[in-house]
Design a protein around this ligand. Structure first.
Ligand SMILES: Nc1ncnc2c1ncn2[C@@H]1O[C@H](COP(=O)(O)OP(=O)(O)OP(=O)(O)O)[C@@H](O)[C@H]1O
Ligand SMILES: [Mg+2]
Length: 284
């Protein structure tokens, strides 16, 4: 069950003076069951790309395949509701989308909209809220009474409650404090590894990409610059330079050690193994 972009172009406001081509000739196949980071400079087309996955935007050329559905340029796509049931998209600042009187009702909205009974919806909503770490004592509160981070968790629970196969997150940790952002990333890892949901995450945070993701897709000015696994990406300093990326601290440190004559194994990608490797050499 693939996610595939074939020769995809996307133009905003075509045939108007404001026409702007935001994606050009994107050919891309994304691995299922993995956690994939979508990175690139501001304005490179990340949000535009991911909004194709649940047909918020339709390609102006080429085609997008998501699970069993094909979305082709110039053809009406009639399965929007089915698609959105399976592909959950969490916007940046998703908390602005909360609108029900209570947290629980908000999370019930999605499943009920997809035909689940009220009783079943409440059950699913409670489970989803637990997964994202919202306390039972908050279920009957108004979403307005929660902190920004909690609101975002509720919005994510609302998407999870629809039991998507693919979860797409557009800068989900933007504006959170560092610990809140780490917790959020841990949550996505859990959703990916334990619940088997494919996770695509748009982010500017290279530490998160290194620590949590399996694959990386790099966009530049609306084009696909590269797609590779995390290890290959962070092993190759020239990849990061090409992608105009400031590497995570550990990668910079490794590169400085190398420049100073101390070669560190390419498998070393976290601080614990780096410490062990350096200490090991001193002991010798
Ligand atoms: N509604 C729109 N109408 C016209 N142009 C748009 C619209 N939305 C985005 N664009 C343009 O398309 C390009 C890609 O925008 P997009 O939002 O996909 O970038 P992004 O990579 O998500 O950036 P950021 O990291 O800032 O979120 C940008 O040049 C942007 O100005
Ligand atoms: Mg964006």
């Amino acid at each position: 069950m693939p996610i595939r972009f074939e020769k995809v172009d996307f133009e905003y406001s075509p045939e108007t003076p404001f026409a702007f081509k935001a994606l050009t000739d994107i050919n891309l196949e994304l691995a299922m069951d993995k956690m994939t980071a979508i990175i690139g400079a501001t304005g490179s087309g990340k949000t535009t790309l991911v909004q194709h996955l649940n047909a918020l935007l339709l390609p102006t050329a080429g085609q997008v395949t998501v699970l069993d559905w094909q979305i082709k340029a110039g053809q009406k796509f009639t399965k929007v509701k089915d698609l959105r049931h399976r592909v959950g998209l969490v916007f940046q600042f998703a908390e602005y989308q909360l609108f029900e009187e209570t947290v629980l009702k908000d999370v019930c909205f999605g499943p009920q909209n997809f035909g689940v009974s009220e009783e079943e919806a409440v059950k699913i909503a409670r489970e989803s809220l637990k997964i994202v770490g919202i306390a039972e004592s908050d279920f009957e509160k108004s979403p307005l009474e929660l902190s920004g981070g909690q609101k975002r968790r509720v919005a994510i629970a609302g998407i999870l409650a629809m039991k998507p196969q693919i979860l797409v997150l557009d800068e989900p940790t933007a504006g959170l404090d560092p610990q809140g952002a780490e917790n959020m990333m841990e949550l996505f890892r859990k959703i990916n590894k334990e619940n088997g949901i494919t996770v695509l995450i748009v982010t500017h945070n290279m530490e998160h990409v290194l620590q949590y993701c399996d694959e990386v897709v790099v966009l530049e000015k609306g084009q696909l610059l590269m797609q590779t696994d995390i290890k290959t990406f962070f092993e190759n300093y020239e990849y990061m330079e090409k992608a105009n990326i400031n590497p995570p601290a550990i990668i910079r440190f490794k590169e400085l050690l190398r420049k100073n004559g101390l070669e560190i194994s390419s498998d070393v990608l976290d601080i614990d193994s780096l410490a062990k490797e350096i200490a090991g050499r001193y002991r010798k």
